[in-house]
Design a protein around this ligand. Structure first.
Ligand SMILES: Cc1cc2nc3c(=O)[nH]c(=O)nc-3n(C[C@H](O)[C@H](O)[C@H](O)COP(=O)(O)OP(=O)(O)OC[C@H]3O[C@@H](n4cnc5c(N)ncnc54)[C@H](O)[C@@H]3O)c2cc1C
Length: 501
C-alpha cells in the first residue's frame, strides 16, 4: 500500500488493528513502525519483592503485532464474566470468537469457529519430545495450539487477515513509520491526529509534524503502552502527570496509564539426551536454519513452523499445560496463597492457576514456587531427561536432596517426589524473586470500568486494544486482543449504521 496525499479520511486508527465492513469507508491506519516486527523494551520501577530488580516488559511493534510465539490459548469463560461489563459477557463473546477463527485442530466443537480468517492448527511439524511431555503430564489438562495455517504452515495474524488481504481496496491505507503524537479535538470531539516520523524506526527522517483529519472517527489502538501515552499527550489523564509534563488538560481521567497487569514468567533449563530433536540449533542461528527454511518453503512443515515457545527452551521443544491445584496440592502450598485462592479461583472451576511448559506463568509467587516443584517432577519422568542445568535453578544448600545434577536417564514413573526442606523452599522463593519476568502480556492501562474505580472507557469503548481489559485473563493474550478487535468493529459499525452481520 503506497503513501498517498489525502489529508482527510473517515476513520483514523492510531496504532495497529482494523476491521472494515464497508469498503467505501476511507480508513487510515497509522503505525509507528515499518511492517516488519520489532520489539521494544520498557523498564519498570525496581521492587523489593523482586529483590530490587526493575522488571523489563517487551512489547511488539508491528502492524497487527505478529505474535512472536504463535501460542493460541483462550481464557476461561469466567474471566470475561468477571469483567462485569454489559455486552462483554462470555455468552455474548463466544459467537465473536467463533467468527474470527478457523479451528483446524478438531471439527464440530460448539465453542470454536470453522470459517473465520484466523487459522488455528497444531502447526504441522511434530517434535517427539512434545509427546514425552504429554505422557508425563497425563493427569493435567492439555490445551495448546498455534496461530498457524495447517495447510501452508504460515503464521495467521491480524495484519494478514484483516489488513494486507484488503490491498485491492484503495480506501484502506497503512502509513507505517508514523508515530501518533496526539489526538486533535474540536469541542471535545476527536477530529484528527497529529503525527510525525517514528524516531526509533526512522532515525533519519524529517521530524516535523503532520495532521490528518477524520470525518467520522478517531480510534486509539496502540496497545497497553501506546494508547495511554497518546491519551496523555492529548490532554486526557491524571492532573498531576499532565501538569508535570506541561500538557494542557482537556479531561481529568486519573485511570489513564494505571491498572497495568501482566503474567509472571520463570524459565528453568533442563538437560536432554543427545539424540533428542530440539530447537537449540535454530535458536543459535546455526546452519540448520537454512535447511529448515528450505523445508518450510517447499512443504510448509519444518521446525521453523513450530511456535517459538519451543525455541525459547534451552534444551527441548515441548507442549504447555494449564494447571489448577487439587485439594492435596492446595494443602501442600504455602498458606499465603489461600486468600488469593478463595477470592479469585475457588468458586470458578474453569480458571487455571498456572500455565506450565519449560517455563511457568502462574498468578503469584506461591504458585510459581509450587509450580517449580511440580514441573521438575514432570521433567524427571520424561524419557529424554538427563538432569538439570544447575546454573538456571535455585541455589539449594550444599548437601540438599533437592540439589540439581546431571542424570543418566529419567526416574521411574512411580518414583517418590523430591522432598524439599524449609531452606530449599526459601532457595526456590529467592530464585523466583531474582529471575521472574513479565510474560509480554501487557494490558489494563485504559481499563473498561467505572471512572470511580480508575476506569477510562465504558462498554462502548473509545480505545480498542488490550489496554481496556479491566481484569487479567488466564491465557496468552492475543485471542483476547483479536476478540476486542472483533467487538470493536461491531460497535463502530453500529455507530456508523453499517451492516456487520
Ligand atoms: C514478544 C512477545 C510474544 C508474544 N507472543 C504471544 C503468543 O504467542 N500468543 C499470544 O496469545 N500472545 C502473545 N503475545 C501478546 C500479544 O502479542 C498481545 O497481547 C497483543 O498483540 C496485544 O494487542 P494490542 O492490539 O493491544 O497491541 P499491539 O499488538 O501491541 O498493537 C499496538 C500497535 O500500536 C503501535 N503503536 C504504539 N504507539 C503508537 C503511536 N504513538 N503511534 C502509532 N502507532 C503506535 C505499536 O507499534 C503496535 O504495532 C506476545 C507479546 C510479545 C511482546
Amino acid at each position: 500500500m503506497s503513501h498517498p496525499i489525502p489529508s482527510e479520511f473517515d476513520i483514523v486508527f492510531a496504532g495497529g488493528r482494523l476491521a472494515a465492513y464497508d469498503p467505501s469507508l476511507r480508513i487510515l491506519i497509522l503505525e509507528a513502525v515499518p511492517t516488519s516486527t520489532t520489539v521494544t523494551f520498557n523498564i519498570g520501577n525496581p521492587s523489593p519483592r523482586l529483590n530490587g530488580r526493575a522488571p523489563i516488559v517487551p512489547c511488539g511493534r508491528c502492524v497487527g503485532w505478529r505474535l512472536m510465539f504463535m501460542v493460541y490459548t483462550r481464557p476461561p469463560a469466567s474471566d470475561y464474566d468477571d469483567w462485569e461489563t454489559n455486552g462483554w459477557e462470555s455468552e455474548s463473546l463466544i459467537p465473536l470468537m467463533k467468527k474470527l477463527e478457523t479451528y483446524e485442530v478438531q471439527p464440530d466443537l460448539p465453542t470454536h469457529g470453522y470459517d473465520g480468517p484466523i487459522k488455528v492448527s497444531s502447526g504441522g511439524c511434530k517434535v517427539g519430545i512434545c509427546d514425552e511431555f504429554i505422557q508425563a503430564v497425563a493427569n493435567f489438562w492439555l490445551m495448546y495450539k498455534r496461530y498457524i495455517d495447517g495447510t501452508t504452515g504460515r503464521r495467521s495474524d491480524a495484519a494478514h487477515h484483516y489488513v494486507y488481504n484488503q490491498a485491492h481496496n484503495s480506501n484502506l491505507q497503512v502509513w507505517d513509520g508514523k508515530l501518533v503524537k496526539r489526538i486533535i479535538f474540536k469541542d471535545k470531539r476527536a477530529v484528527g491526529v497529529e503525527f510525525t516520523s517514528d524516531p526509533v524506526s526512522c532515525p533519519d527522517a524529517d521530524r516535523s509534524s503532520s495532521i490528518v483529519r477524520a470525518s467520522k472517527l478517531v480510534v486509539v489502538s496502540a496497545g497497553a503502552f501506546g494508547s495511554p501515552t497518546i491519551l496523555e499527550r492529548s490532554g486526557i489523564g491524571a492532573e498531576a502527570i499532565l501538569k508535570r509534563c506541561g500538557i494542557e488538560q482537556l479531561v481529568n481521567l486519573p485511570g489513564v496509564g494505571e491498572n497495568y497487569q501482566d503474567h509472571n514468567l520463570a524459565i528453568v533449563p533442563y538437560l536432554a539426551a543427545d539424540n533428542v530433536v530440539t530447537m537449540d540449533a535454530l535458536w543459535r542461528g546455526e546452519s540448520i536454519l537454512q535447511e529448515s527454511l528450505a523445508q518450510w518453503n517447499s512443504s510448509g512443515k519444518s521446525l521453523i513452523a513450530q511456535k517459538l515457545v519451543q525455541v525459547i527452551t534451552a534444551v527441548a521443544s515441548i507442549q504447555k499445560i494449564k494447571w489448577r491445584p487439587d485439594d492435596e496440592e492446595l494443602k501442600a502450598m504455602d498458606p499465603a496463597f489461600q486468600p488469593r485462592w478463595k477470592e479469585f479461583f475457588q468458586d470458578r472451576p474453569d480458571k487455571p492457576v498456572a500455565i506450565f511448559t519449560s517455563f511457568a506463568g502462574p498468578s503469584d509467587i506461591v504458585p510459581l514456587d509450587f509450580g517449580y516443584k511440580k514441573t521438575r517432577e514432570v521433567f524427571r519422568r520424561m524419557a529424554s531427561y538427563r538432569g538439570e542445568v544447575a546454573a538456571g535453578h535455585p541455589d539449594f544448600p550444599e548437601g540438599s536432596a533437592a540439589a540439581c545434577r546431571e542424570a543418566s536417564g529419567p526416574v521411574d514413573l512411580n518414583a517418590p517426589d523430591i522432598v524439599y526442606t524449609a531452606e530449599d523452599d526459601e532457595a526456590i522463593n529467592q530464585f523466583h524473586r531474582d529471575i521472574v519476568q513479565t510474560a509480554w502480556h501487557s494490558l489494563g492501562t485504559c481499563a473498561m470500568k467505572p471512572e470511580a474505580d480508575q476506569g477510562v472507557v465504558d462498554a462502548r469503548l473509545d480505545v480498542y486494544d488490550m489496554s481496556i481489559v479491566p481484569l487479567n485473563v488466564g491465557a496468552n493474550t492475543y485471542s483476547t486482543a483479536l476478540l476486542i478487535g472483533e467487538r470493536a468493529a461491531m460497535i463502530i459499525a453500529e455507530e456508523l449504521g453499517i451492516n456487520c452481520i
